[in-house]
Design a protein around this ligand. Structure first.
Ligand code: GUN
Length: 288
């Protein structure tokens, strides 16, 4: 039997529509237009596409979008000054600095400069710490999207054996906390994990966030498991042209998994939708 395909496109479109409805309501009832500022430093082509997409979706949801493009050689002091200005700007409720930053800029210093109440990426240590302590927090968008996708398959994740591959601040680490909040049993695996295949094979819910094209093979997957593929990798296809593939060998995984997210059309769609959710939440919390 072939796995159920978890359609991130449809699920994200539904979430964006719900955010747009709520934006209409807060505009009408509270005169509040949520605003998102996205800062892009340098001209990494993939980041440019992501940032353009974020701005487009923000506007489509009825929110204000503020784009700030800075040269790759922007001094850190100038970037910090822009963040201070955005922190003080009452029309800006969310601030996202697109990562990775060019060499010469210290990512953690930049993240630390963002007002935690406007940190819609959920990367500020205050938000990461609150999440780790089970307190309400702005939460990284990609992990939030993964949980929403998993819950379209399982009404409850309670007691499930969840295995995450990858321990990044953006995905793996916050996923641990979100899955714990759902009462899943969580294992986090990474590049130094021994016998990775055997650990994955034990997962009812397998989340791959390593950035290695098609690393997770069909024989790593427990029959019937739900597989959430966070990877977006460019890899040469049979025709020699680059195509987008996930961290999971999708075609062969289809024959083993119970449900699986495609790449593209899975988790990637959810990241921007969850960014809109976070911006709306930040705007409502700041307004009080
Ligand atoms: N680059 C890739 N994904 C993300 C994300 O979720 N947030 C930011 N700020 N940069 C990214």
């Amino acid at each position: 039997m072939s796995a159920k395909i978890i359609d991130g496109k449809i699920i994200a479109a539904d979430l964006r529509a719900r955010v747009a409805d709520e934006v209409t309501r807060v505009k009408r009832d509270h005169g509040l237009t949520p605003g998102l500022a996205v800062v892009l430093v340098g001209n990494d082509p993939a980041s440019e596409v992501y940032v353009r997409n974020k701005a487009k979706q923000t506007e489509a949801a009825g929110m204000a979008s503020f784009e700030h493009k800075l040269a790759a050689d922007t001094p850190q002091a100038d970037l910090l000054a822009l963040i201070a200005k955005l922190n003080a700007d009452a029309s800006v409720h969310g601030i996202l600095v697109q990562l990775p930053l060019p060499k010469g800029l210290d990512t953690q210093t930049v993240i630390n400069a963002i007002n935690p109440a406007k940190d819609v990426d959920g990367l500020h240590p205050i938000n990461a710490g609150r999440l780790a302590n089970g307190l309400p927090a702005l939460t990284p968008c990609t992990p939030l999207g993964c949980i929403i996708l998993a819950k379209t398959v399982h009404a409850s994740l309670e007691g499930m054996n969840a295995v995450i591959i990858g321990r990044s601040n953006l995905v793996g680490r916050p996923l641990v906390q979100l899955l714990l909040n759902e009462n899943a049993t969580v294992t986090i695996a990474h590049s130094r994990t021994r016998d990775l295949a055997a650990i994955c094979k034990n997962a009812d819910l397998l989340l791959a966030a390593v950035g290695k094209p098609e690393m997770v093979k069909a024989d790593w997957i427990k029959r019937g498991a739900t597989v959430i593929d966070v990877g977006i990798n460019r890899s040469p296809g049979a025709d020699g042209k680059n195509k987008l593939v996930g961290d999971v060998a999708y075609e062969e995984a289809l024959g083993v998994a119970g449900a699986i997210t495609p790449v593209p059309g899975g988790v990637g769609q959810m990241t921007v939708a969850c960014l809109l959710v976070n911006t709306l939440r930040a705007a409502c919390a700041i307004k009080g």
